[in-house]
Design a binder for this molecule. Structure first.
Ligand code: FES
Length: 453
């Protein structure tokens, strides 16, 4: 059968058919046209500082080894021996002069060249053209402020163009301080029995769930109503953040999404240790100078760079949603902090990120529980073919005039979700990048023209 992808996504009317989360045929198409074409996060520069340093990751389901070259550049290769398909690099990360396949011993230099074949004259008396059988190199690799990305598509737009206005939001994490960022501690890896899009979409678009899904955590860890009341004094009533914040917004464009409140307080984040709050307060003047008030004051922002790189401002978690079939996702959660932060603050960031968003994190569990249950419900024929409502904030999109770039809406909206799925459908239904981009541009043009402001 041929799937009509566009028929499953109706972003103009705010509807999505949930078979997109379960259909194995759609999943295969995603591996080819999303994960085979988009710029995907590979590693942080700080993880591979020296020549020969390598880091193992995935692009979709393809294993990838990222390697620092002798000249300081970075290359990435499919971690697959060209002889009989074995993995050539096993450690999560390390330093090496060569990758030697454990099956029959073929050996590859860190630039991917096949350099050694055991018993070569006897095994290949006819001759073996080794230059033909080097590791397959990821077509394009590029860095943005410490984050290394790769794409298999030679016709993909360059990384800056791919990120578009989302770079402005990403800078809120990467560019707060002189010296940039680094990854602290190890990487938490675990699987969740749900489709990868639930996670990526929620981080792009969904602040709405936090009020309800995380209500118990907010009660336990947030400011106690009686304390707030005491701080306010009699005659005033404590009010929720969406009423007290200076402003709040959601951004959704080119499949990417971001959202945050901004407040008067640079240290306002209920999920972090005291050292982290103090650090935000102390470094606020530098952040203000580098980023301007809106980004320096953002609180607990959620973000996805399409398709699978997500992060949360304040909590310092950065994660990749590696797809593992239509019904499972493998999460890789990194802790990212300012490189110039004191060591004790970095440790506090790591503790806070682990406590809230590690595999047993109290907020992570709230989210996973929802996604896993939904995936179970979608085993039902009726359930996976019944349209879901994605109408929140439709028609209220606007272009702001205060320096915040791109298509925005109020924070409680699904502009970014509609954009995520529209771009997803455009990529799946297009032969080329240019064709997909033209469709996404046309959708976004209509969106802004039809908005009320
Ligand atoms: Fe790698 Fe044979 S599979 S050497």
């Amino acid at each position: 059968k041929t799937i009509d992808i566009q028929a499953l996504i109706d972003s103009k009317n705010g509807q999505v058919t949930p078979s997109i989360y379960t259909d194995p045929e759609i999943y295969e198409l995603e591996l080819e046209r999303i994960f085979g074409r988009c710029w995907l996060f590979l590693a942080h520069e700080s993880q591979i500082p020296k020549a020969g340093d390598f880091f193992n990751t995935y692009m979709g389901e393809d294993p990838i080894v990222v390697v620092r070259q002798k000249d300081g550049t970075v290359k990435a290769f499919l971690n697959q021996c060209r002889h009989r398909s074995m993995r050539v690099s096993y450690a999560d990360s390390g330093n090496t002069k060569a990758f030697t396949c454990p099956y029959h011993g073929w050996s590859y230099a860190t630039n991917g060249d096949l350099i050694e074949v055991p018993l070569e004259p006897r095994a290949y008396p006819q001759g073996l053209c080794k230059s033909k059988w080097g590791l397959q190199e990821v077509t394009k690799v590029a860095s943005y402020k410490g984050l290394i990305f790769g794409t298999w598509d030679e016709n993909a737009v360059n990384l800056e163009e791919y990120m578009g206005d989302m770079a402005w939001y990403l800078d809120g994490v990467l560019d707060r301080r002189e010296g940039g960022t680094e990854i602290v501690g190890g990487i938490h890896k675990w699987t969740i029995d749900c489709n990868w899009k639930f996670a990526a979409e929620q981080f792009a678009s969904d602040q709405y769930h936090a009020l309800f899904s995380h209500a118990s955590a907010v009660q336990v860890l947030g400011a106690k109503p009686e304390d707030e009341q005491k701080a306010l004094g009699s005659g005033q009533t404590a009010r929720p953040v969406w009423e007290t914040a200076k402003d709040a917004l959601q951004f959704g464009q080119d499949g990417h999404g971001s959202g945050f409140f901004f407040t008067e307080k640079p240290d306002a984040n209920v999920w972090v240790d005291g050292e982290v709050s103090d650090y935000y307060r102390e470094t606020y003047p530098e952040a203000l100078e580098r980023l301007g008030e809106i980004r320096a004051l953002r609180l607990a922002g959620h973000n996805t760079l399409f398709p699978t790189l997500s992060w949360l401002n304040g909590t310092a978690t950065l994660r990749v949603w590696h797809p593992r079939g239509p019904n499972q996702v493998e999460v890789w959660a990194f802790c990212i902090t300012d490189k110039n932060a004191p060591e004790e603050v970095k440790a506090a960031f790591e503790r806070s990120a682990t406590r809230a968003f590690g595999p047993a994190g109290f907020l992570e569990q709230d989210d996973s529980e929802n996604w896993v249950e939904i995936q179970k419900i979608l085993r039902g024929h009726r359930a996976r073919n019944s349209q879901l409502c994605m109408e929140m904030g439709m028609g209220n999109e606007k272009i702001r005039d205060d320096g915040v770039p791109g298509i925005t809406n109020y924070i409680f909206s699904e502009t970014a979700a509609r954009g995520f799925y529209q771009h997803w459908a455009n990529l799946l239904s297009s032969q080329t990048w240019q064709e997909a981009k033209a469709k996404t541009d046309a959708y976004q043009k209509t969106l802004v023209e039809n908005s009320k402001e």
